[in-house]
Ligand binder design. Sequence first.
Ligand code: NAP
Length: 544
Amino acid sequence: MTAKTNSVKADFDVIGVGAGFAGLGLIHYVREAGLSVRVFDKASDVGGTWTWNRYPGAASDSECYYYCLTFSKELLQEWKWSVRYPGWEENLRYMHFVADRCNMWPHITLNTKIVGADFQKDTGLWLVRTDKGEQFTCRYFVSAMGMISEPVIPNFKGREKFKGPCFHSSRWPQEGLDYAGKRIAIIGSGATTVQMLPVVAETAAQVTVFQRTANFVMPAVQKPITPEWDKEIKENYDAIINKCRNHSFGMAFDSPVGRNLSDTPPDEVEKILEEHWPRGSFRFVFETFDDLVVNAESNRVVGDFIIKKTLSKVKDPETREMLKPKGYPFFAKRPPLDHGYFEAFNRENVKLVDINEREPIVEITETGIRTTKNHYEFDIIVLATGFQAYTGAQEALPIRGENGLLLKDKWKDVSGSIMGVFVSGFPNLFMITGPQAPFANLPTSIEQNIKYIVDCINKMEREGYSLCEPKRDAEEAWVAHTADIHRQTLMAQGDKVHSWMMGANLQDRNPRVLIYFGGANNYYDKLRDSANSGFPEVEFRKRA
Ligand code: NAP
């Protein structure tokens, strides 16, 4: 296949890497623009995060009816979710449904890792190389690799010595793993472990969680999607999509609510928090008060409420004390949603080990884990140790821009971009939810990003431009603006507790600003303003 081009022939107009929500959305919008597109993925299936994260209990933390692509009203009406937070299997079935119904498969190449992407100054094309030794050219290169996809695997001494399976949580064996009756170690206590523990504990002989930092955890409250609820959702899809587009975290919530905790009498505060707690989801943060993540005292009050509610479920006083988050504000780490995490610690076969203060891990041995105080024997070790968020996937793939500059090197000190989409020095490269985009319900942000990218491409096609060069001063301005907002939030304290939201979980670098916290809705407005005013952040050029 040869792409349309102003002067030089390319294999495709657009090449995207990653066949999750971002890759599928990209195929839809690029095809709608009348251009050719190919999406590559190293995985054996579409699904992105849902094809990798197959650990027991893996489920979305956004409610299903807005954790989906919205470009087709027919698909929204046709697909039926079974529960409020679908597990990975159902999410994967949904992704297949989208790919099947929209005839996307001819645009997708699976089991193929992209091992390099180089901008070619002489042709103005991107040259993309695969692990099969093939190479393809394209006019526009798009990273659709996901913002939480590159695993962090700490370099525990002796890891290679362990005789049993030892793997990162996002690399749970795809063929499944029979863990019934086995002794399992889970290192880490983030959102992944909070989901995994209650399920694994049901049949494992023993599960030991090695925790460095305790988390604030909110209730998920899983429920079936009844026929009545399904009907209500389907009758209201336009309003749901509109809510997501106009919400600070891209979710279909009724917020801002127009009241601050700081202005509300304490007994009224308690009543409101009690009322909202059983409803579950992130609604608890966003549909109670508007100042929980900006006002330190309001944050302390809600943090104490969460601690009281969750820890009252834990019977053993020592375990309860270890599970208490300390020394950082609520939301400085991304709070997980609970599906029975705290009750799991009441089981005879579940144990919590504090590897922060009491007994840090010394090494992994042939048969288990040695801490400063004990040696624990295991059959399986799961490293639920998180991800290099926002930048990991783009850094793992050598992407070379103008003058051979590697994106990884450009981002050595500051992971700068323009709105998480453009990077100066990298012409015709687009990122979907790159660094300094907001942290929000991902399908909402993904679709807003893709529309913006395709608007830019459409402008170039229409007006005969072949190069789009992000401006350095626009990038510096976005970096400064994002940092300015970040400083004013309580999330900036995440550096105290290894928060991935600022890369503080990485050992090879200093924490940095990775997220635009000015509100996803405001960010989506900025994307629209930019498109409507002809993309002033970039310079368009015609090739001779
Ligand atoms: P995470 O929240 O970053 O948690 C990683 C855990 O590993 C933390 O408890 C961390 O301790 C620990 N850890 C990391 N390095 C360690 C080391 N060298 N020694 C000891 N402990 C170490 O990762 P995650 O649980 O995979 O979740 C990451 C994000 O993915 C979530 O916040 C969420 O956004 C997303 N996620 C989403 C869903 C969903 O929506 N359904 C499910 C799972 C994950 P510290 O806390 O002390 O650093």
